[in-house]
Design a binder for this molecule. Structure first.
Ligand SMILES: Cc1cc2nc3c(=O)[nH]c(=O)nc-3n(C[C@H](O)[C@H](O)[C@H](O)COP(=O)(O)O)c2cc1C
Length: 212
């Protein structure tokens, strides 16, 4: 087997100081997100979403952040998918952005709720025709017979929606994760990293430093 025990990289790029961060975590998120965008890392809006199902078994998968503001973090998906079924029984979720090029991670915990149909429609209509067809075609998380079966389904939907607008499927839309905790992690030398945790207390956010 490969020996990984000597794999080691010291994180030295930056620091995170409570005197320099914004008092509002969404402002701090926007700052770091802009830096991730400018650093040209691939898909900085890819985030891991953790859910638990009705048997308390966890799952984690990547989704794309499409909207963020002071209300929370929005991704789009199939409302019949495993993740959506998990959220229906337990809306407590966690998100993780891992930006290793910047030696940073952001961890978010909160509650997920469906956004309004109007909000989902607005985003859906901004997608390409093929992406909209894709939403109709995929019975996400279900077992399918073959790739060919998917191709046939695509052809069927393309014919069905050959003319006019492609409507928003009622089984597709956004979830907003309303944050309760947001941790900003900056790698430091000798594993003595900076961790600043914002915790929601009423309508305020309290900042604490966590041991690395
Ligand atoms: C970089 C990346 C971005 C993804 N973005 C989304 C997304 O925004 N929405 C989505 O439903 N699935 C997305 N996926 C696919 C999911 O990771 C997952 O395979 C799918 O949603 C089914 O998950 P589930 O069976 O747990 O519901 C993405 C995958 C990757 C690797």
């Amino acid at each position: 087997m490969l020996d990984l025990t000597q794999m080691r990289r010291d994180y030295k790029q930056s620091t995170l100081d409570e005197n320099e961060v914004f008092s509002q975590p969404l402002e701090q998120f926007e700052k770091w997100f802009t830096e991730a965008l400018n650093s040209k890392i691939i898909e900085p809006n890819a985030m891991l979403l953790a859910t638990v199902n009705k048997e308390s078994i966890p799952s984690v998968r990547a989704v794309l952040l499409k909207i963020f503001d002071e209300r929370g973090f929005v991704f789009f998906t199939n409302y019949n998918s495993d993740k959506a079924q998990d959220i229906a029984v337990n809306p407590n979720v966690a998100l993780e952005f891992l930006w290793l090029d910047l030696e940073r991670q952001i961890r978010i915990t909160g509650r997920a709720e469906k956004i309004s149909t109007a909000e989902s429609l607005k985003y859906f209509l901004s997608r390409s025709r093929d992406s909209r067809i894709g939403a109709w075609v995929s019975d996400q998380s279900q077992v399918i017979n073959s790739r060919q079966a998917l191709a046939m389904q695509i052809a069927k939907m393309k014919a069905k929606f050959a003319k006019g607008e492609i409507p928003l499927p009622d089984f597709w839309g956004g979830f907003r994760v309303i944050p309760e905790k947001i941790e900003f992690w900056q790698g430091r030398e000798n594993r003595l990293h900076d961790r600043l945790l914002y915790t929601k207390k009423g309508s305020d956010w309290v900042i604490s430093r966590l041991a690395p």
